[in-house]
Design a protein around this ligand. Structure first.
Ligand SMILES: Nc1ncnc2c1ncn2[C@@H]1O[C@H](COP(=O)(O)OP(=O)(O)OP(=O)(O)O)[C@@H](O)[C@H]1O
Length: 541
């Protein structure tokens, strides 16, 4: 995992003109960080602050009729990000090793262009957990599985406390952020676990939803098959039932994320999925029965952390969701509790002796490493969306040992010492245990989802650009052709990127287009470089 601390402020060479002072302008790299079913994600830079972000571009054509999905994602990310900032401003920290709110993807800005809905988020360019597990074969239980699980638990606790259920916890949605501050490097004496856990970010809120009072009726069949809880499985086909019958299906809540966390921890530990079978129906049956594959050799490993792991999994895989522990309860589980400040109330968990064995283990379970879940493998069978066939997440590779031999790399744990007692939780080790959120959002960021910076000028993504701009009441001057900053910017055709020696093109049409609309505000200037895609020609807002 590349955890290089990046301090430089590369790419665009914008004239430090004061006329750009209030302009929020982004340029993107041509290459993609990733893509999803509806979106392309690119690295971008605010040309004024030089802070680097991820820019998720959701092409409007791809979400026709499903705009509400993006609206929901933005609403949730905005709520969560606002809450994170509140906590930051209040200097609110716990004595836990991980601050849950630091590990949830932050939204910095969002706006709409004629072609795209654009989300500017924290940059997580250090890979994802899926790749980390696949490359290693499986992760080290003490130094990796435990802290990653604890960190995710902390993030889930934060989300659940704030009424948000993620519904798509999986390794592909766990990213590692770009480090932006030099002082985040942990001194060796505290590095008794893989400190990339501090970079871990839970992303993709595409299926997340808020648990309002109304949402005690969460009965949507959503998620990714390998990770869904039994109560979600029971919602399959609910949209085809008459309403009276549909209401008889028990609703679900935040505990679906706890189940998925169990699946994810299991995947980290073993490199394969607990419930996957040859067919989707078999997988669903195993999930409903809580029938997961147990490797006898691993299960009988007497190491305390391994035994604690199995017990943790057992707790997460409690089939009866009303008995499944909450995130805050699991923080005191022996598997992860060393990362959390101890309170008086210690949750009791079932003892190892009560652990049940998988009844059908190897005969039906598919224990090959899973193939990357593409976005289309997320189940989205919501009433208002066309049901799509559920594709399987996992490949059925059987030759586990061969693949493991090929893929397994020796984990570099040489810097790991085991001397620190994290139970003592001195404020001293806390200093190095989590990070300060950075970069701060640009002072002129939107956060109101419109074309202008003014809160008055709100957009619900359907507002026409002209209307949105007209509503702006911000007293800013218009860009004129003689605007020094813009002129400088637009004179450039390429900017050399010191990092990659790649040229970052800056288009030349910005200023003339901007000045043709008299009411357009200075703030509403965004340059979105879309790369080579013909449809993605430069956009000016
Ligand atoms: N903040 C980020 N930093 C770096 N890469 C990112 C970031 N957000 C997303 N990505 C990359 O882009 C991919 C797609 O992002 P995301 O999952 O949010 O899009 P999506 O359209 O919602 O996808 P899905 O169809 O899986 O729901 C991710 O798998 C990841 O590789």
């Amino acid at each position: 995992m590349n955890t290089t601390v990046t301090m430089e402020k590369p790419w665009p060479q914008v004239h430090p003109a004061t006329s750009l002072k209030e302009t929020c302008k982004y340029v993107t790299k041509n290459s993609q960080l990733g893509d999803g079913q509806f979106s392309v994600v690119k690295e971008c830079m605010n040309v004024q602050t030089r802070d680097r972000y991820a820019m998720k571009l959701v092409h409007k054509n791809t979400i026709k009729g499903k705009l509400w999905l993006i609206q929901r994602e933005v609403t949730l990310l905005k709520k969560v990000s606002n809450r994170i900032r509140q906590l930051e401003h209040a200097h609110s920290t716990t004595r836990d090793t991980f601050e849950g709110h630091h590990h949830v993807l932050q939204l910095f800005d969002f706006f709409e262009t004629p072609k795209n809905i654009v989300l500017v988020t924290q940059l997580c360019s250090s890979g994802d957990l899926y790749d980390k597990v696949i490359q290693a074969g499986s992760l080290d239980v003490a130094s990796q599985v435990k802290p990653y699980t604890a960190c995710l638990l902390s993030a889930l606790d934060f989300l659940h406390e704030n009424g948000v259920v993620h519904r798509d916890i999986k390794s592909e949605n766990v990213l590692f952020r770009l480090r932006v501050r030099g002082d985040e490097v942990k001194p060796a004496k505290f590095a008794n676990y893989d400190h990339t856990a501090h970079d871990l970010i839970l992303a993709d809120f595409g299926l997340a939803t808020e648990l309002t009072a109304r949402d005690d009726e969460l009965r949507e069949y959503v998620g990714t098959l390998s990770y869904i809880a039994p109560e979600i499985v029971r919602c399959k086909g609910i949209e085809k039932l008459p309403p009276s019958e549909g209401r008889c299906v028990p609703p679900y809540g935040t505990s679906v994320d706890i189940w998925a966390l169990g699946v994810l921890s299991y995947f980290m530990m073993t490199g394969y999925m607990p419930f996957d079978c040859e067919t989707d129906d078999e997988t669903r049956k195993c999930i409903k029965d809580g029938d997961y594959y147990i490797d006898e050799e691993l299960h009988s490993d007497p190491k305390p952390e391994v035994q604690h792991f199995w017990n943790f999994i057992l707790s997460c895989f409690t089939v009866d969701s009303s008995k499944r522990p909450l995130a805050k309860d699991l923080k005191s589980h022996p598997f992860v509790r060393e990362y959390f400040h101890r309170t008086g109330n210690q949750e009791s968990f079932p003892g190892d002796m009560q652990m049940k064995r998988s009844r059908s283990s190897s005969s039906i379970h598919s224990i090959g490493p899973p193939s990357r879940s593409t976005s289309s493998s997320s189940i989205i069978s919501l009433g208002r969306v066309d049901s799509r066939p559920v594709s399987r997440v996992n490949s059925r590779e059987r030759n586990l040992n061969k693949i493991r031999e090929t893929l397994k790399k020796t984990l570099s744990m040489t810097s790991i010492s085991r001397s620190t007692d994290f139970n003592s939780h001195s404020s001293e080790n806390k200093v190095f245990s989590t990070f300060k959120l950075d970069p701060q959002p640009p002072t002129n960021c939107l956060m109101n989802g419109c074309f202008s910076l003014t809160p008055e000028s709100r957009s619900n993504f359907n507002t026409s650009p002209a209307l949105s701009r007209n509503n702006s009441t911000n007293d800013v001057r218009l860009i004129t052709p003689t605007d020094e900053g813009v002129a400088d910017l637009t004179r450039q055709t390429t900017v050399s990127n010191p990092c990659s020696s790649q040229s970052i093109p800056l288009h030349t049409t910005t200023a003339p287009k901007l000045v043709t609309t008299p009411k357009m505000k200075h703030h509403a200037t965004f340059d979105i470089m879309m790369g080579e895609d013909e449809d993605d020609e430069d956009e000016v807002i």
